[in-house]
Design a protein around this ligand. Structure first.
Ligand code: AKG
Ligand code: FE2
Length: 351
């Protein structure tokens, strides 16, 4: 079993067949927060993640900048999620990345299969679900993961794919670089603090395509089960279809992205560095009946061989280290070697 796309296409090609999903895709709720309520549309209108205006964050007007930094700090403390607007990444580039990703999935299976790898640290890895070696039920999701920094890797096929991805990853790195400056100041530190603490210049960056084909029984299947992200910050680009939900006070909240916006979230390494001040929030991706949903994540973290621990400047006598130090690479292995629908991996290293 290499792709759920194939399964989705075989069921939709023959309309006389009752559309259903194979039993191994029926998602079992073995996680208590799966039973949580989902806010209906009316309530959801009033519950939404904060919006951060990137142009204000890099403004030369000190008052505007400082207001945006304060909002950024509050978003990271209260939500661990925010919508980013006026980010300066051209809409044409965002559209091109989504189109290129669709073209990658339009390739014959054989062309993509060469990137099917067993090793979680393969620089290019294509597959389905999360980790089929440990899963009993499968997710309605195919993926492509490429290591793009400090060394850039991407499939050479389809034509132009690699160039588009490289341009996009460079841009997303710039945006994250500026967000890290704002975050440093919001933590009461100097602008380049986070860059230094996490060794950003030689840090690890991963490009991820999540491909969720249309699903005939969306309530029965799951795109990505509840999880937190392993890195410091994730920048998420989505096509026009919704599906991302985050857990807040035992309630799943659907995120309705603003046009031309990114969703940004703080990951586990951020929670460790800040000793729990900026939380890595649990989220999931549900699937839909109507069309393929594509999301593009870029995950930004320290170098894979760096040991991550609560930063000295952010611990105090009344706030002692709450997490054990761990090599980023080992943390990633820990997350990848388990089924995803479990508690956050942070629970393994909490003191
Ligand atoms: O596809 C989405 O909406 C969420 C993706 C995600 O959470 C991830 O790639 O870690
Ligand atoms: Fe995620």
């Amino acid at each position: 079993m290499f792709s759920v796309k194939k399964i989705a296409e075989s069921s939709s090609n023959n309309s006389s067949v009752v559309e259903c999903i194979p039993p191994e895709y029926v998602y079992q709720n073995n996680n208590s927060n799966e039973d949580s309520v989902i806010l209906d549309d009316e309530e959801a209108q009033n519950t939404t993640i904060p919006t951060i205006d990137f142009s204000q964050l890099i403004s030369s007007n000190p008052a505007d900048r400082s207001k945006a930094i304060q909002e950024l700090g509050t978003a990271c403390t209260d939500w661990g999620f925010f919508m980013l607007i006026n980010h300066g990444v051209p809409e044409s580039l965002r559209e091109e990345v989504l189109r290129a990703s669709q073209r990658f999935y339009d390739l014959p299976d054989e062309d993509r299969k060469q990137y099917q790898a067993g090793d979680i640290f393969s620089p290019i890895k294509c597959g389905t679900s999360f980790n089929v070696n440990v899963e009993k039920t499968f997710l309605w999701r195919d993926y492509l993961k490429c290591h793009v920094h400090p060394h850039f890797h991407a499939p050479s096929n389809p034509h132009g794919f690699s160039e588009t991805i490289e341009a996009y990853c460079k841009k997303s790195r710039e945006v994250i670089g500026e967000l890290l400056k704002g975050i440093s100041i919001s933590l009461g530190q100097e602008e380049k603090y986070m860059h230094k603490v996490m060794n950003y210049e030689s840090g690890f960056q991963m490009f991820v395509v999540n491909y969720y084909p249309r699903c005939p029984m969306p309530e029965q299947a799951m795109g990505l089960p509840p999880h937190s992200d392993h890195g410091v910050l994730t920048l998420l680009l989505q096509n026009e279809l919704e599906g991302l939900q985050l857990l807040r006070n035992d309630t799943w909240i659907s995120i309705h992205p603003l046009p031309n916006s990114f969703v940004v979230n703080t990951g586990d390494q951020m929670e460790i560095f800040t000793n729990g001040k900026y939380k890595s929030n649990i989220h999931r991706a549900v699937v839909n009946k109507n069309a393929t949903r594509i999301t593009i994540g870029t995950a930004h973290g320290p170098p894979l061989d760096d040991v991550v621990a609560p930063a000295t400047e952010l611990i105090r006598e009344d706030n002692p280290p709450a997490y054990r130090a761990i090599k980023y690479k080992d943390y990633m292995s820990l997350q990848q070697s388990n089924e995803l629908n479990k508690k956050t991996c942070l629970d393994y290293i909490r003191i």
